[in-house]
Design a protein around this ligand. Structure first.
Ligand code: ATP
Ligand code: MG
Length: 759
């Protein structure tokens, strides 16, 4: 300790130094969020290189995502001021794949084996089920795949699955399927993600010489986010670290949020047992967040019974309290946050320092649309943007064909989704016909079903589909858009397809579809909606530094942002009903850990919000604020929600009327940009039971918008409105405009909601 330490130790606290310096032997760093665990790992890696203890190729470093790996590489090469070749730094999957390529033949593969994605996996399982005559009603392919994947997470090849478990699950038939599935993968020269580790383990166990080669190569091992490792990953690490035991893992049991995917938080808690003599280091100083943010997060997580408890402190200035805000509904919540972001922008905050962390994927839509309207660049991380999601694109394809009968691309997309026995040969015939007659593909379909060209089964089902389209089209003008969409999705079998689908993603996809129906209700015409979507999709990205980040709480693990918005804190959404239903108290505690992860992403400011009404399962429901809100220590909160919340309760029974001035009085003159002003009168002119489309006039009591944008439109101006599309101003009366919209006709709107258009 008397020796001067290299410069990269500067700023590290005593315990962090200790964790970096303890290069040899097992080390566990068990510490709360933002205490510098990842920083310790990075510095350790540098220290290993700089002391000459290891060359780059001799260190195995595991991160949770590829992005984290890239970041770490970047940081390290900055610290040592040179690029380094031959890194073994990546996710478990990436590292295991690299090893497997070198020894593929030992598990019956060749080095160029394919790694299957979920779709491929499912197709395979379905084929096998048909061959085995297994009832797909009772055992949907997704369920079977799920069971197999959990077995793999637990490091169990077919011959290791216990009898008891076999009996419980379909009397051994699932195990037979698992065997068949593995066999089929081998004949295809393929493996799935779970196999990557499993094959590694098989090779290491059966070939001690190979294992020993890797043990000697990876003289030092480092693992981040260890609390979310599963059994297979744990076995893999243990095999590799067995002899030298130079394994350093860092993690936080309070941030274990992947239990649903097979992660075992016990791995971290039993580390000392598995590696006797392990040095356990606890870090307590948080360098990320302000005391209020930390206090709120710590107070919340203290409600978990199943935890070990730890101290966290910070010497940062007190900072701002955690804001709790409420909105009338999801749309208003997005509007408030959008506004807040604009005001931050005016105060020179970089958009890249701002994140919105949602619980469920469907929540991103309202934000995306709001940001597009406001012209705020954003990116959605860890998943496609709302309108780019598979199920949304499918649904849109149906709607596009209704709107535009000759839309061949849309037609091709959904003609056999869900499956209706319209296969490749039918499609070839159709394409042929379309070319010969010089008509569109859908038109060719309409004509061919009148003939006997197709096989009877294909003719029948294509005929039904074309009739359906004709019928839907005839309803398009009279039915409210949302109802039309719902009917199309239901009658086409599309909803049922996802409802019968038992995958982890299926419920999220159904939620997204409901959100789509909800979105459509705001439009008067199908064409208007589709045009809006086209406009939304056009919004292209920029530099990450100039964009707001929207992502799920799960994806945000390990990251940090100056300013974090946490919307949707409502019972049923967060904690999510599914977690509660499926896993009871355990599920609730995992949700609470997720909330803890969310709050602790923030450096300077965290804003939690909830909506008093939210569309869930296509109905307005008055939402209850999340129980987590009540668990946050009051002294760390700035509650700006009480006002609106009480009012919205009071008003729920009232008879809602739309019209000028309906439901709002205060707020308009508050130019401060704060949320308080609007909360006084923050209800839009409609109530929970009322379809939005029924509002004759859209009034948005949006003070700040009005102040900011002013009401400078004049008669004759060409404008664009988020809901009604393009139009021309007929008359202007202060901030109320009468506009003749191209598609929607004459409407009265608020000036704040139109932007000038040049076309
Ligand atoms: P999480 O549990 O969220 O993954 P973590 O424990 O990995 O958090 P880091 O991301 O390593 O924490 O560090 C949090 C922030 O604190 C980072 O911005 C990091 O650079 C900074 N930090 C860590 N240690 C120190 C230190 N000794 N002095 C100053 N800043 C530090
Ligand atoms: Mg970290």
């Amino acid at each position: 300790p008397d020796m001067p330490l290299p410069p990269y130790f500067a700023g590290l606290n005593e315990r962090q130094r200790e964790a970096v310096l303890a290069l040899d032997g097992p080390v566990l760093v068990l510490a709360g969020a933002g205490t510098g665990k990842t920083r310790v790992l990075t510095t350790r890696l540098v220290h290993l290189l700089m002391t000459g203890k290891a060359r780059p190729g001799e260190i195995l470093a595991v991160t949770f995502t590829n992005k984290a790996a890239a970041e770490m590489k970047h940081r390290i090469s900055d610290m040592i001021a040179r690029p380094v070749e031959g890194w073994w730094l990546g996710t478990f999957h990436a590292l295991a794949a690299r090893i497997l390529r070198a020894h593929a033949e030992l598990v019956g593969l060749t080095p160029n084996f394919t790694i299957l994605d979920t779709d491929d996996q499912l197709r395979l399982i379905k084929q096998l089920m048909q061959a085995e005559n297994i009832d797909s009603q009772k055992w949907p392919a997704r369920v079977i795949l799920g069971v197999i994947e959990r077995w793999k997470d637990r490091g169990l090849p077919p011959d290791k699955v216990s009898r008891a478990e076999q009996a419980e699950l379909g009397g051994g038939r699932l195990l037979d399927l698992y065997r068949d599935y593995q066999q089929r993968l081998a004949t295809l020269n393929a493996c799935d993600f779970g196999d990557l580790l499993l094959h590694n383990i098989t090779i290491f166990t059966a070939h001690p010489d190979i294992l020993s080669r890797y043990q000697q190569r990876f003289r030092y091992m480092l693992v981040d986010e260890y609390q979310d490792s599963n059994v297979a990953q744990y076995l893999w690490l243990r095999l590799l670290a067995q002899t030298h035991r130079n394994l350093c893992v860092v993690g936080d049991d309070d941030q274990s949020i992947y239990g649903w995917r097979g992660a075992e938080v016990e791995n971290i808690l039993k580390f000392e047992k598995d590696f006797p003599g392990a040095k356990v280091i606890r870090l307590e100083q948080n360098y990320r967040s302000t005391p209020h943010i930390l206090g709120a997060a710590s107070g919340l997580i203290a409600h978990n019974a199943d935890r070990h408890g730890k101290t966290l402190w910070t010497d940062k200035d007190e900072g701002e309290k955690v804001v709790v805000a409420a909105a009338w509904d999801g749309t208003e919540e997005a509007r408030q946050i959008g506004e807040e972001i604009e005001s931050l922008q005016r105060r020179q905050v970089q958009l890249g320092d701002i994140a919105i962390l949602v619980r469920a994927g469907f929540q991103t839509r309202e934000f995306e649309e709001r940001f597009i309207t406001l012209g705020i660049p954003y990116r959605v991380i860890g998943g496609p943007r709302f309108y780019e999601r598979q199920e949304i694109r499918d649904a849109l394809a149906y709607l596009r064909i209704i709107n535009q009968p000759d839309d061949a691309l849309a037609f091709e997309r959904i003609v056999n989704v869900p499956r209706r026995g319209i296969g490749d040969s039918t499609m070839r015939q159709l394409n042929d016909l379309a070319r010969r007659l010089e008509v569109s593909l859908p038109e060719a379909a309409r004509r061919i079903v009148e003939t006997d060209e197709l096989k009877p089964a294909a003719r029948r089902s294509l005929g039904t589909l074309m009739q359906d389209f004709a019928r839907w089209r005839s309803m398009a003008d009279t039915l409210p858009q949302g109802e039309l969409a719902q009917q199309v999705l239901d009658e086409s079998g599309y909803t049922a397809m996802w409802r019968n689908d038992k995958s982890i993603e299926a419920p999220g996809r159904l939620e997204n579809l409901k959100e789509l129906v909800h979105a459509m209700e705001e439009f008067d015409s199908l064409g208007g909606f589709l045009e809006h979507v086209a406009l939304v999709m056009e919004n292209s990205g920029g530099e990450p530094g100039e964009m707001v980040t929207i992502m799920t709480l799960h994806g945000a693990k390990g990251l940090e942002f100056d300013i974090v918005f946490l919307p949707g804190w409502e019972e049923g959404l967060f904690p999510h009903q599914r977690s509660l239903d499926e896993n009871g108290m355990k599920g609730l505690e995992e949700e609470r850990r997720l909330a803890y992860v969310g709050i602790t992403r923030a450096r300077r400011r965290a804003t939690i919000s909830y909506a008093a009404n939210r569309r869930i399962h296509n109905q307005w429901q008055s939402a209850l604020p999340s129980r987590f809100l009540a668990e946050l220590p009051k002294e760390h909160l700035d509650r700006r929600d009480t006002n609106l919340f009480q009012q919205s309760r009071m008003n729920q029974d009232a008879d809602w009327q739309s019209g000028w001035g309906g439901g709002w009085s205060g707020g308009v003159s508050d130019p401060s940009g704060g949320w308080r002003g609007r909360n006084a009168g923050g209800q839009a002119g409609y109530g929970p039971g009322m379809r939005r489309r029924e509002r004759v006039i859209d009034i948005e009591p949006d003070a700040v918008m009005l102040v900011k944008r002013g009401a400078s439109h004049q008669a004759g101006d060409r404008v664009f409105h988020q809901k009604f599309g393009y139009g021309r101003v007929v008359s202007a009366d202060g901030d109320k405009l009468e506009i003749d919209f191209d598609k929607a006709g004459l409407k009265k709107v608020m000036a704040g909601f139109v932007v000038r258009a040049d076309r």
